[in-house]
Design a protein around this ligand. Structure first.
Ligand code: PAF
Length: 288
């Protein structure tokens, strides 16, 4: 496995991997490191659809707000490189902040309305930061396919929207959420949970599973809210939002909606902020 710490090293390694009569298909897995089985499932997916798998590990300062956990975000590069190699990554790009954001940079990407609701309402500017780095990384890596986890559902929707609106020449693939056996969605932030907080965090996935049993958006929202309220009242979590939305636009679904939807939740457990979601299908009234 090759490791490139700068754009010029990436260029060199990329052209070595591309050498040959038929240029290989490149799949790209962008990450912020602290790799867990969720990331490794993205690599497996990438390996299944491409000849060359490139991963980046870059904790992007632009997507963290002033009071967020940029400084505290786990940085475990040596361990990550071992995991990436074992999973079959061909090339890992590990740029510095100065390499990605040289002094004097001015232009950035604005997510627009899709990035201002839900996560965007609690983390102003977050998706502008995500889209700016993702567009830069796509331009540097130049893959045919880029793979993102569906746990960050709004991030995935924003990226798909950017690719469409800005005519970015890449296929975006969303990979299924990977969960612990007890239902907790895998996240680099789970390591910050104490055993008691980890137990409290299970209400997020439980509330989403309850929502998925319901036939219409309002009932789904009510079912999830009931479980979350018990945990809030017990002082175990603080909920930022729970909503039932269109997975493409992130707009709330009206109650007469039929078709696929998404229940999304964000909550703080102690000082750790977690998000999760589940895909739902609202069948509509049965026809005779
Ligand atoms: O999902 C993440 O890890 C990050 O938001 C991403 C897509 C790598 C951009 O920094």
């Amino acid at each position: 496995m090759k490791v490139a710490a700068s754009i010029s090293e990436l260029e060199l390694a990329r052209s070595e991997l591309m050498a040959g009569a038929t240029p290989p298909v490149i799949a790209y897995v962008p990450t912020m490191g602290a790799l867990h089985d969720g990331h490794l499932s993205l690599v497996r997916l990438a390996r299944g659809i491409a000849d060359v798998v490139i991963m980046s590990i870059f904790v992007n300062p632009l997507q963290f707000g002033p009071n967020e956990d940029y400084a505290k975000y786990p940085r475990t590069l040596e361990r990550d490189l071992k995991k990436a190699k074992k999973a079959g990554v061909d090339l890992v790009f590990t740029p510095t902040v100065a390499e990605i954001y040289p002094a004097g940079r001015q232009v950035s990407v604005k997510a627009g309305a899709i990035g201002e609701v839900l996560e965007g309402a609690f983390r102003p500017g977050h998706f502008d930061g995500v889209l700016t780095v993702v567009l830069k990384l796509l331009n540097i890596v130049r893959p045919s396919v880029a793979i993102f986890g569906r746990k960050d559902a709004q991030q995935l929707a924003c990226i798909r929207r950017m690719v469409r609106d800005l005519n970015v020449d890449v296929d975006i693939v969303g990979a299924p959420i990977v969960r612990e056996e007890d239902g907790l969605a895998m996240s680099s932030r789970n390591r910050f949970l104490s055993p008691a907080e980890r137990a409290s965090a299970l209400v997020l996935s439980a509330s989403l599973r309850a929502a998925a049993q319901e036939p219409a958006p309002a009932a789904a929202l009510a079912a999830a809210s009931r479980l979350l309220t018990v945990a809030v009242d017990a002082g175990e979590i603080e909920v930022d939002y729970i909503s039932v939305v269109n997975g493409t636009t992130m707009a709330p679904l009206p109650d007469d909606y039929t078709g696929p939807g998404l229940a999304v939740v964000a909550a703080r457990v102690g000082t750790t902020r977690l998000i999760d979601n589940i895909e739902l299908v609202f069948p509509g009234p049965e026809r005779p």
